[in-house]
Design a protein around this ligand. Structure first.
Ligand code: PLP
Length: 399
């Protein structure tokens, strides 16, 4: 089916025309100076989006998952302990990767819908007198549950225990959409991917390394080869890659980062907040609840919406796809069948979000849920009318 409908999955996200076109380059010699003119500005722009003055940015062909491996394999050694919480599909999968790589995971089981247990982390770090824990793994935005966690609180937990562990942040579904502060939070490795806030096709793993993480990379002994940042750093120093880079995607990332910085990060975050608030107003009007247990945890990039007991939420996703040609996210792992997800990140506007809310409403009504058709749309409209300004469109999509 050919459809111009936007997608409402929390990645891959909708792609602005200007970004699609920027990805579509004729073949370029990646050893020519022209590539350096893409590479260096991209790395600077990503650094700015991470809100860092000095982190080293590495961009690998890959996906967010490759970014996880980049963080772990470059800084840790076999048998090292890491601290993490399992509170959604993505944090669970990162823990699983740690185990497969031969790390010891101190995993704090946390209810899905809750945020990172910073207080529990503080206790565990304070008890770790031998400093066996080498890294704390955090998922800034749990895409499975629509939960945003407080990374600054984890940094405070580390500092309060005077603990030297590295702080890793999975920001795959938050970076470039929600406030992220590499330097202020004392992040050591931040991980992102191309297909969420950066509005690009799938294909890039993006990582920022602090000075401390760069130093750890000198002594770490986990096996690493393709994702070795030392090879990549040597490539960058010579204006290129240690292998063939995906030049089109890199040029797309240059376009995307220019668009984001031109819109202004504060404005990008405010746009996501406003759109999310409208979606949340709709959820409330439907009489439904979010998986995230309290407002402080509400994600501005994805809403995981609980459906009534004994109703299989995946039916909404299937019906919306088949009948209306609109993609929503299903429930993953522990919340499979219990939630459906509306992704509202990247190249999203209030008007687009209204179409998603309207479609979800049609699908739920078709399936016999007690939803007043139009109630969510009206609630979202009220919010968007009240908060409209002339700054909400995505700029520069006319290039
Ligand atoms: C999407 C996502 C990932 C995985 O990224 P891939 O690009 O699918 O490998 C990891 N963490 C979070 C929080 C995500 O949303």
């Amino acid at each position: 089916m050919i459809s111009q409908n936007p997608v409402f999955i929390p990645g891959p996200t909708n792609m602005p025309e200007a970004i699609r076109r920027a990805c579509d380059l004729p073949t370029m010699d990646h050893r020519s100076p022209a590539f350096a003119e893409i590479l260096h500005p991209v790395r600077r722009n990503v650094q700015a989006i991470l809100r860092s003055e000095s982190c080293d940015v590495f961009i690998f062909p890959g996906t967010g998952t490759g970014g996880w491996e980049t963080a772990l394999s470059n800084t840790l050694s076999p048998g090292d302990a890491v601290l993490a919480a399992r509170h959604g599909m993505f944090s669970a999968k990162w823990i699983n990767m740690c185990q497969r790589l031969g790390l010891e995971v101190v995993a704090v089981e946390t209810a899905w819908g809750e945020g990172l247990p910073a207080e529990r982390f503080a206790e565990i770090l304070a008890e770790d007198k031998q400093k066996r824990i080498k890294a704390v793994l955090t998922t800034h935005n749990e895409t499975a549950t629509g939960v945003r966690s407080d990374i600054a609180a984890v940094r405070r937990a580390l500092d309060a225990a005077d603990h030297p562990a590295l702080l890793f942040v999975d920001g795959v579904s938050s970076i470039a959409s929600m406030d992220f502060r590499f330097d202020d939070w004392g992040v050591d490795v931040a991980v992102a991917g191309s297909q969420k806030g950066f509005m690009l096709p799938v294909g890039l793993a993006i990582a920022g390394f602090s000075e401390k993480a760069m130093a750890a990379a000198e002594n770490a002994t986990l096996p690493r080869s393709y994702f070795d940042i030392r090879d990549m750093a040597a490539g960058y120093a010579a204006d290129g890659y240690p292998f063939t880079p995906p030049v089109g995607l890199m040029n797309g990332l240059l376009q995307a980062t220019e668009m984001l910085l031109e819109e202004g990060l504060a404005q990008v975050f405010a746009r996501h907040r406003r759109i999310a608030d409208g979606v949340r107003a709709a959820v409330q009007a439907w009489g439904l609840e979010l998986c995230a247990v309290e407002p402080a945890l509400y994600s501005d990039t994805v809403s995981a919406i609980k459906t009534p007991d004994r109703f299989d939420a995946s039916r909404i996703v299937t019906l919306a796809a088949e009948k209306y040609g609109v993609a929503f996210g299903g429930g993953l792992g522990e919340v499979a069948g219990k939630v459906f997800r509306i992704g509202h990140l990247g190249a999203m506007t209030d008007v687009m979000a209204l179409s998603g809310v309207a479609t979800a409403e049609m699908a739920m009504t078709d399936l016999g849920l007690q939803i007043d058709l139009g109630s969510g749309v009206a609630a979202a409209q009220a919010h968007y009318r009240r908060t409209a300004s002339d700054h909400t469109t995505i700029k520069k999509d006319t290039a």
